[in-house]
Structure formats: C-alpha cells, structure tokens
Design a protein around this ligand. Sequence first.
Ligand code: COA
Length: 331
Amino acid sequence: MTASSVIISGLGTSIPDKVVTNDDLSKVIDTSDDWIRSRSGIGERRLAGENETASSLGAAAARAAIADAGISKDEVDLVIVGTMSPDMPFPSTACLVQAELGLGTVAAFDVVAACSGFLYILEVGAKLMKSGAYRNALIIGAEKMSSILDWQDRTTCVLFGDGAGAAVLSLSDQANTGVGEIILRADGSKMDLLNMPGGGARMPASAESVSARQHFLKMNGKEVFKNAVREMGDITLETIEKNGLVPDDIKCFIPHQANIRIIESLAKRLQVDMSRVYVNIDRYGNTSAASVPIAMWEARQKGYFGPGDNILLTAFGAGLTWGGAVVRWPE
Ligand code: COA
C-alpha cells in the first residue's frame, strides 16, 4: 500500500467504576461542592480501585481501541504510553501494557509530558508511522492520578481523576486525511509550577521525604491557570493556521479538561460557540494524559464530529508542556 496518511482508526477508553462526588470529598476535607464547581467546573471524578493502575486501565482502553479499529492485536507493532502516574519508575508502563495484551516483542515506551501527554504521543506515533517503519501504533494516555495526589491538600486533590483513553494509528492511502500538522511546545524553566519533587534522583525516597509529603503532586494553581489560558489560546490559533484552516473549518474542539474556565476562555478567544467544544470535566475532573482521548471518544460517540470532519485537539500541563493538533476524521 502506498500510504499517504496516518489516521486514527480506532478509539477506546477505560474509566474506573468508582464515582466520587464533590459532596463525598467535602466529608473528608475542608471543601464544598460549590467551591469546586464554581472554580473548576468539576462535579465528580472516577477513582481507580486498589488493583487498577495506569497499565491495567491503559490495557483495557487499548483492547477497546483495537476492537474499534477492526484489526487483530497481532497487527499492532508499536505501543506508546503517555503517563505521569506510571505503575513504577521503570520499566515503562508501555512495556507492562504490551505484556498484558500479549503483543509479543513489539517496541514499547513511555513519554512523560504530563497533561499534554496525548498530544506528544500523537506526534511521536504519527511521525514514526510516517517513516514507514510501523503499520499500526497504539497510543495510550493512562493515569492513576489518585496515587500521586496529596489527599490532605485541598488545593490539588479535588481537581484530578483516574482513567485511560487509547487510539490506534494506522496507515491509510486516503489523501488529505488523518493526523495533520501538530505543534508541541515546552518551557522547563517553569517546572516549579507543577511537579512531584520526590522519588527521582534529586530526592530519592527517604523517611524525611515521605513525612514531608514530597511524593505527591505540587501545584501553583493560579500561575498554571494563567499560563494555560495564554498558551492554549496561542497554540490553538497557530495550529489551525499551520493546517491552512480557520476556526470555522473545525467541526469540534477537544481541549484538555483541566478547568471549565480555561476551556471557556479558549472558546471566547477563538470566537467559537461552546456547542462546538466538547466538555466532560464535570464528570471526570482532570485525568491528565487520558483527558483528550477520553473526550475524543465521547465526542465521536455523541456525534460532535463524523467522517470527513476536522477536529482540533489541544492540551497544557506540567513541564510546562503544551500542544495543538488538527485531525481530519477518515471518510
Ligand atoms: N475548597 C475550598 N477552598 C479552597 C479549595 C478547596 N478545594 N482549594 C483552595 N481553596 C481556597 C484557598 O485556600 C484560597 O483561600 P484564601 O483566599 O483564604 O487563601 C482560595 O480558596 C483560593 O481561591 P481562588 O483564588 O478563587 O482560587 P482560584 O480562582 O485560583 O482557583 C484553581 C483555584 C486551582 C481551581 C485554579 O487556579 C486552577 O484551576 N488552576 C489551574 C489548575 C490546573 O488546571 N492544573 C492542571 C493543569 S494541566
């Protein structure tokens, strides 16, 4: 086959059963449904069970995506996972997913780009496929954020949730379709705004690091918010332009679900009605690298877009990292 495009041929999700509402949280920490809802748009989130991890959620989402693509698992020849809450520091969560799915010895690795993870693995996956070396890649955003949250810190723990979303990337001979131009950016000089200080070589686990709660996510919410509004707006406009399009050419906008106010400010900046922007933060909170693929799966199921439509994906997260992508859904 003379492949001219890399398409998203299948999507799948895995969302834990356990629902935790804002009211549930207000019974264990000093918060309220009103505060969380008005500041973030979150109403509830899903939390993984004890035996669920990024790899088990990721493998379940991947199985669903393989079925959706209508291929056999033996046709998958590359696995890339985006996660900031891996099962363990090493080996990669992608290796664990590969083993759980029984994919033989196909290449598998993780990309750490926090909440921008799915945009990063989409770019890496699509470019590797375009090289001609792979035919079907699994790209998976999978998170057990609940394992890295400080449940005593009300400024962060109320904002996140667990889940996984996966896509199969396949080569296609349909011209002008599939994954278009992607823009990725990062600014490591702002790493202090959102990070997990403990557990790496700078601060290996010790009795002191554990008692100082250094193995949990730390965030300067106000600064992250300001950067997210500015950078997601800029990169979205830049990405649309780089694809030779204008906002009206985009059928559905699928932003990372971090805060409804960030999403609404993006829509305002683009002068796009919120009816064209997919939102599910009310039900899942911020599932980091899983947020864009879960939202894309739901948006497709609900008919927000269909064959031949352009969709716009954008995300922002720790690093700092951010990105934008246009994908034209195959006919
Ligand atoms: N419940 C009740 N009160 C809370 C609270 C909670 N869960 N968390 C914080 N507060 C309090 C703070 O202690 C502070 O009180 P103080 O003013 O008495 O010191 C006050 O609420 C802060 O409120 P406000 O300034 O209105 O917060 P905000 O408008 O900056 O919203 C965030 C806070 C975290 C929701 C917002 O900054 C945000 O969403 N940032 C981006 C986070 C994000 O998306 N991160 C991931 C990026 S991928």
